[in-house]
Design a binder for this molecule. Sequence first.
Ligand code: PHE
Length: 341
Amino acid sequence: MNSAELKELTDEVVVALGAATDDDAVEALRIKYLGRKGILPALMKGMKDVDPSERAAMGIAANELKNAVTDGVAKRKDELAAMNDSEEVSSGFDCSLPGRWHGLGSMHPITMVIEEAIRIFGKLGFVVAEGPDVETHYNNFEALNTPPHHPSQDERDTFWLHTGELLRTQTSPVQIRTMNEQKPPVRIITPGRCYRRDTTDATHSANFHQIEGLYIEAERKVSLADLKSTMAYFAKEMMGDNVEVRFRPHFFPFTEPSVECDFTCHVCGGDGCRVCKQSGWIEIAGAGMVDPRVLERVGYDPETTTGFAFGMGIERIAMIKYGINDIRHLYENDMRFLAQF
Ligand code: PHE
């Protein structure tokens, strides 16, 4: 090989390196020329046999080839790395772009009412108790003094499970669970889901929420006045000072006497609308003085023990508090609706 041929070889290497598409190809070229058994070491070895007149030119050309390979390899590796980075950009990822705004979440109106109720009753000394959604017939009906022929026990009103258990139709079974476990005094509220085979419309849903309250004393006589003042206090704290509360006589198997408690409708301000069925009032809770037969069943002495209980519909409260005119909005998860809260 003479020095002119060596120069040609150098040009070839530069072209080959420029055509290499990955690091492995670049490395293979480096080994082919600079490796221990490569072209350049062989050239150097043969230098002593070169005609002395050619030797200087050969030395220079060999040096140029060496530099061309060394520099070319480094340069091509940098180029390939830069190309990889820009491929990431075209695949849609660019860590230098500003982040996308997802908007902040907010609490669901049902959750807000529950949290507010816990806060309000907490100030009166009530603590939160919980029970399961799947209940026994005993806790949901029998222990609550509900006779088998009572309409709430109707097969068509309750979701029954194959096990003979049921989806609780009310949060009242938590009264039984709590009293079975502790002695008076009792001051609990229990927010939770309830299930009834209701046909869904603007004010009914097969799955809804209640807050049960239970207040029991053995040392002091609890009266209907305690119940009324508790409900009135809750109404004003939850809805504001303008709300009016009224009590109507009613019947529940587990309270005697029993009442229903209505709040004035905040959607229409009491004038009458679809939500309050034109009456200006919304039925919020069932309540009453705990029936002695219930106290007896949980092993309390009905002679000395007195108390009241209530069960409120959380959806109803949310609807009048936030002016929601259809209960279905609360379950449809339409972001345009939920984003208002
Ligand atoms: N559990 C009753 C209902 O769902 C409400 C209620 C609770 C009534 C506690 C009286 C006492 O309708």
